[in-house]
Design a protein around this ligand. Structure first.
Ligand code: ATP
Length: 322
């Protein structure tokens, strides 16, 4: 069995309202699989079905080769789960809370808990009610990772974490995968999933729009580009940008305002696809400013929807679509 999760035809209704409309996907063992989608897309609901916190209305779910509905606590111990909203008992310390969780999910090496707390810069002896949002999230991560589970199910794991701690988290994910674990995580931030995941499912309104490799998604994503250069004519910059594959929506103008050197040109454009050809062309200019923004998730998803990216189509077919 080389798949940690297999989901087939998963439907979930709350009352008469169906929020998952027949999801199909599989997660290979030893990989990081990200689910991205806007608020309300169904990410948390999917995770809760995997953990048997809620039951599917139709379809089948297999987790580590077992049906979570009948597998019981034995399966639960093999999973580390970070819920989207962690409910903490207020009148206790982080350490006491982890001891309580360890009694359920154990065995846990105390040394490992201390190491993780140190890496995350988390004081385990503080009352949980006094912890900031970020520190609560660290505690949630610690309880998910501490028993070295085979499968980590992490709902918005970097929410509330500062960039340094996010780096620690990404390192923890890599180490878990190096040890053979599988990671299933959700986010609504594309860049975050790009950093962590091998494959990505895009979920929208309870349906999977696509399952794609991160590389394919990066290629489909559209970035905003803006730069200033000196010593060039506007029409030369225009011609230069026209040579770069994936560049569109070009606007070039000469800046005559105060504070700009004579002959300063400002250009804005969008870029889809690889950045290397653009960088090569820009290297021939004398740049005074350059901004290449993070690719926009919505744009990437819309491209996928409308099939505007033939390159992506090829990649997506190569990805493991269940
Ligand atoms: N217990 C529930 N009862 C009724 N509706 C629910 C329940 N849980 C979730 N929903 C609805 O199901 C839909 C999917 O919610 P879900 O929390 O799975 O989305 P999400 O992708 O995790 O969003 P977010 O990023 O905001 O956490 C939403 O419309 C939500 O209102």
């Amino acid at each position: 069995m080389n798949q940690a999760i297999v989901v087939e035809g998963l439907r979930k209704k709350f009352g008469s309202r169906e929020v998952l409309h027949g999801l199909n996907f599989a997660v290979e063992r030893g990989t990081v699989f990200g689910v991205i989608g806007p608020n309300g897309a169904g990410k948390t609901t999917t995770m809760r079905c995997l953990l048997d916190i809620i039951r599917p209305s139709a379809g089948s779910v297999s987790v580590l080769g077992q049906d979570p509905r009948s597998a019981g606590t034995g399966l639960r111990r093999r999973i580390g789960y970070l819920p989207g909203e962690l409910h903490l008992e207020n009148r206790t310390t982080g350490r006491r809370m982890l001891e309580h969780f360890a009694a359920i999910s154990g065995p846990v090496e105390p040394r490992h808990v201390n190491e993780l707390a140190e890496r995350l810069n988390l004081d385990l002896d503080r009352q949980t009610r006094k912890l900031s949002k970020g520190n609560k999230q660290k505690l949630g991560l610690l309880q998910a990772f501490m028993h070295k589970p085979e499968l980590l199910v992490l709902d918005e794991p970097t929410s509330g974490l500062d960039p340094l701690v996010q780096q620690v988290f990404h390192a923890m994910v890599r180490e878990a995968v190096d040890d053979g674990a599988t990671v299933f995580l959700s986010s609504h931030v594309l860049s975050e999933v790009q950093q962590a995941a091998d494959a990505v499912a895009i979920l929208r309104d309870g349906e999977i729009v696509t399952v794609s490799t991160v590389e394919a998604l990066r290629t489909a994503a559209v970035r905003q580009l803006r730069f200033n250069s000196t010593g060039t004519e506007a029409h030369d910059v225009d011609a230069l940008l026209a040579r770069v594959p994936g560049v569109a929506n070009v606007a070039v103008r000469e800046l005559k305002a105060d504070g700009h050197a004579a002959g300063t040109v400002e250009a804005t454009a969008t870029l889809s696809g690889h950045v290397q050809p653009l960088i090569q062309e820009l290297a021939t200019l004398k740049l005074t400013e350059l901004v290449l923004e993070e690719p926009d998730l919505e744009e990437a998803v819309l491209n996928l929807y409308s099939g505007q990216s033939p390159q992506l189509g090829r990649h997506a077919e190569g990805a493991h679509r269940a």
